[in-house]
Design a binder for this molecule. Structure first.
Ligand code: SF4
Length: 307
């Protein structure tokens, strides 16, 4: 067990070639567990691309059907507790990597919906001052709950000041173009497509990266390229397609990925249609070893609670 000022590490699992998942206990309270991850692309040296994924909440109030982080919400992490996760992983590596790495991604995409925690904005504001890393790319992944409208406006202000002209990745989890499916997958009141598109346009004006519309493909949840094109602008948004990763909850909810690695034809058709409509498409299959080591969101904490 390793004790830091912010938390106590309870476990470290995974594979250094793909992803290592830490579970930590915060404030000395066994109910306040969160996980964070050091991940890498096995095809890219860590000195070129380094990825840290942090939790922003203890559990998550949204409770998506495909995610083990939801359903057991116990509050927000503080800015210090979020920085503690980043500092801990940086401390496990040679310090010079921080200054020299080409892409240093800090993803607020583990346990918790980041837009429901105001402390995430404080962290985003301070990261460039705290870490002198020219390769820094913050990444926010959100289902865009209606309750996050003010948070997103604040994010935009930070994007256009602290990060003006620099890469900043915003990922909107869309998952289906069918509203009934979207509500089933992400059971929270969400900002509508037209307002999201408006926001994406304003966000894109701050820097070089398009806003990513994320679709984790699952059987029975439709994705209609024409609906995407009618609502979003290909000049400001790209489309990212991933498999639906297996979790305990997705299994219980009967969800299956619609992106089996051995049946690419349907996905090719979808990608081609989107490209014909002008969208850049990122097909991100990931490394299936991630599923074997159970490193998908919320799984490590759930396993520890059940052991
Ligand atoms: S996917 Fe994100 S918003 Fe949905 S339950 Fe998991 S952490 Fe929360």
């Amino acid at each position: 067990m390793i004790q830091t000022n912010a938390f106590e590490i309870l476990s470290k699992t995974g594979d250094p070639e793909i992803a290592e998942v830490y579970v930590a206990k915060f404030r000395g309270d066994s109910n306040l567990l969160a996980e964070f991850v050091e991940a890498r692309d096995p095809d890219v040296p860590k000195d070129e691309k380094w990825v840290i994924i942090v939790s922003t909440q203890f559990g998550c109030p949204v409770g998506c059907s495909m995610c083990d982080a939801g359903g057991d919400f116990r509050g927000n992490l503080t800015a210090d507790e979020i920085f503690g996760q980043i500092d801990y992983i940086i401390g496990q590596n040679p310090l010079k990597r921080l200054f020299s790495v080409e892409k240093f991604k800090i993803q607020f995409a583990r346990m918790g919906e980041p837009t429901l925690n105001p402390a995430v904005l404080d962290v985003l504001r301070d990261i460039p001052k705290k870490y002198d890393a020219s390769g820094l790319i913050p990444c926010i992944a959100t289902v865009a709950p209606t309750a996050s409208r003010d948070w997103l406006e604040n994010l935009l202000e930070i994007r256009c000041t602290e990060y003006m002209g620099r890469p900043f990745q915003l990922q909107l989890s869309i998952n289906s173009t069918d509203e009934v499916s979207r509500d089933k997958l992400m059971p929270v009141s969400k900002i509508g497509f037209k307002d999201l598109s408006n926001f994406a346009q304003r966000f894109f004006e701050g820097g070089p990266r398009k806003v990513a519309l994320n679709f984790a493909l699952s059987e029975g949840n439709a994705i209609e390229p024409r609906i995407i094109a009618d609502n979003f602008d290909s000049k400001t948004c790209c489309v990212k397609i991933t498999p639906l990763n297996p979790t305990y909850r997705s299994r219980d909810m009967g969800l299956k990925t619609a992106l089996p690695p051995d049946a690419p034809n349907e996905v090719d058709r979808l990608c081609n249609e989107l490209q014909d409509l002008g969208f850049d498409v990122i097909l991100s299959i990931g490394d299936t070893r991630e599923n074997q080591i159970g490193s998908n969101c919320g799984m490590a904490v759930m396993k520890m609670r059940e052991s």
